[in-house]
Design a protein around this ligand. Sequence first.
Ligand SMILES: *Cc1c(COP(=O)(O)O)cnc(C)c1O
Length: 335
Amino acid sequence: MIDLRSDTVTRPSDAMRDAARDAAVGDDVYREDPTVDELQERVADVLGTEAALFVPSGTMGNQVAGRTHTERGQEVLCERESHIYKWELAGLAQHAQVQPRTLDGDHRGVVAPEQVREGYVEADGHRAGTGLLTLENTHNSKGGTAIAPERIAETAAAAHDLGVPVHLDGARLFNAAAAHDVPAAEFVAPVDTVMCCLSKGLGAPVGSVLAGPDSFVEAARRNRKLLGGGMRQAGMIAAPGLEALDNRDRLTEDHRRAERLAAGLDRIDGLSVDAPETNIVIVETDRPAEAFLDDCAAAGVQGVPFDDHVVRFCTHWDVDDDDVDAAIAAVERAV
Ligand SMILES: *Cc1c(COP(=O)(O)O)cnc(C)c1O
């Protein structure tokens, strides 16, 4: 079976397993785990932030960010198809007790500065006020689109002009950096905080990082504890995360394979595929997505449904060129 459901299905490498076994550890709730410290410092360095906080999942990173940036009852501006709004169990409402106000990004998920100005609400005797803008890059639901740093910067500037902080959901930020061939820090410089997953294209078995200014990360640490994310000998999982950071350069391989997959699938009757920007391939099918995916699975390839007639395939480091060709052939048989 060729598993193209997500870039989270990868198994840890031998190097990651060795690193986990050999990691120096301590109790990280007491701030005594040197491997967690090392990971946090390395990530902060890569992202150009003052500090970073290791969290078990991207969802927790986003939720801690939402809670840390806002006060109860405020509004949060989110893109309508964004993960933090759509796929996190209404966590902003539950954990931060804020009211999301959605903005319609363009077909690539880009939110324009004007939309931020229109969506902004000033606090007064009747209105709660806007406490945060969230952006996402790459944009998952829009097909892994890699939004340029300049676009992030102009939208973030519009928020900052209104006194609103900006959190970037960069679950796949390193894919965006690879696609634009610029350092990840360029996407982070214009925003206040960022969350990055180590467990997606980078291949770590678990873990994400929330990064930003020292004072924010201190406050975030308390909120991580509140959500149950204080971890003990977490160096065991931070060590594979350090290994994963070295996989940033090979994301371009995933992107090249996604292009190959998209081109192959687009030639099949009844399927329509746009050229991917990163490692996510969005396929429109004549048939209902679920039935189409059942037949794909029977033919040996797995994807996930994204909409009634839309499915997602994702390339990752456990699939090579032969797997991509075999996946195309399998989908062809399924059709
Ligand atoms: C996967 C993902 C998350 C959540 O990460 P988990 O580790 O699965 O909780 C958040 N945002 C985006 C854009 C994602 O793709």
